[in-house]
Design a protein around this ligand. Sequence first.
Ligand code: 16G
Ligand code: ZN
Length: 529
Amino acid sequence: IEIQPVINKYPKKGPIIQYGTAGFRTIAENLDHIAFRMGLLAALRSKGKGSAAIGLMITASHNPEADNGVKMIDPHGEMLEQKWESIATELANADDNLVQEELNRIVSELGIDISKPAHVFIGRDTRPSSLHLSKAAMDGVEVLSGFVKDHGVVTTPMLHYYVYSYNIGPSNEISYRENYLSRFTAAFKALRKESTKNVNYEATIDFDGANGVGAIAMHEFVSRLGNSLNVNIYNSDTTTKGKLNFMCGADFVKTNQKPPEGFAIIPNRRIVSVDGDADRVIYCYVDENGVFHLLDGDNIATLVAGYLMDLVRDSGLNLKLGLVQTAYANGNSTRYISEKLRVPVACACTGVKHLHHKALEYDIGVYFEANGHGTVLFSNNARNLITQAAADERLPDSKRQMVIRLKQLTELINSTVGDAISDMFLVETVLYFRGWSIQDWFSVYANLPNRLSKVTITDRNTIKTADADRKCTSPEGLQEAIDKIVKDYPSGRSFVRPSGTEDIVRIYAEAESQEAADELATRVCRLVY
Ligand code: 16G
Ligand code: ZN
């Protein structure tokens, strides 16, 4: 294959770049060649995977509008296999005249049969640069004679779900989009048919779409929801330049501990914020005294895992349930879920792929990062047991009802990856069955005050961690020094890790008061600096 002329259309630009925690991410101007080369690589990956569809998503998620990114989605709708991350990094950084050679090397080393057809699904967020980058990616696929399916503007989890749907079986007549929208609305509505003691629950939310694709998707859901949930959609301006993720969205709310701007806040009303590609969700509210309250991924995790634990128990099914968190999970959430609710908790490294992987160890694996990214995985064993029990007429009604509810929940959840909208439906469902207002949910446990800081050092890779980011193994002595400081703070905890997405080191600290958490963070920052 002679592709040099096309390679030359997308000359390499910018500094060396790595396939990071969530793909390549940098300022949009430096991504043309990356998008193109990822098109090439996705085509090869598809050929090597028996022509299964591979996804390419153009997004920089919660990051500023001027950034963009490319990430690859594997056949089951999951993140790219780790071994391929370094292959992607090498291809992305190869000099223009060495790209062809690099491709040949990948083909021969991995024994890829390039005569096989390739299928690549491409999606993009609403960033001004995304259309252009998606075209570059398509060019890459097509130059290797791959078939492109351009899904246009979609949320990241939509594309993950499309890839998964295509690869699990014959695609049905209705479109991927319609299939996605109708599956989750149907499950949500079915769950609402059961009446409950929904004493404090009110079926109205204010939705903050971060002026991104989440707002577009939500508009489409709302037209299908009927009166099962009243969703007021705000921050849905996806065309005015500069508005994406600006003063709104899940990352803004979580990082600044403030409600989103862009609409009038109604006291005690649930506000649901998603990020720029709608794979994260954060709840918050402002009470009647004007005090802001945040319900982040930890709160969602405990809500969901606690409820699923009850269903498993009440249904009598023998299923092992567990929750996976990261080191950033608030210590009180971990204590509450493991000690009060008796749900086993595991800790994984930061980044969805690590949590996802760990969650596969359970029959029902719930995973959430504090930043609002997460989902629930059901093992095949769990799905089979639930389906069998749901059809078992000998089961007493009370148990059967719980089994059926579990089954409906498996249909409500997008297990391929964290999906802000599917997660929101899940939270709304649990609150509905619990009969809880957002204050009821908030008062379940109190977060320990915490501080997340960052410092820039010459080479962040000198910092190495183990034990799911909780221990620092290099430079020597740093961990001992941290331990020594932490001893000064009751309930204190602190750890440092190099960011996987920015050239900085992150420092997390929690303690019994905000002052103490701040002070602890500052002292640990000084150790790193
Ligand atoms: C990426 C990850 C997110 C993680 C964050 C950590 C995915 C899809 N996204 O956004 O899960 O929390 O990176 O960023 O994996 P950091 O390494 O800069 O702290
Ligand atoms: Zn995102």
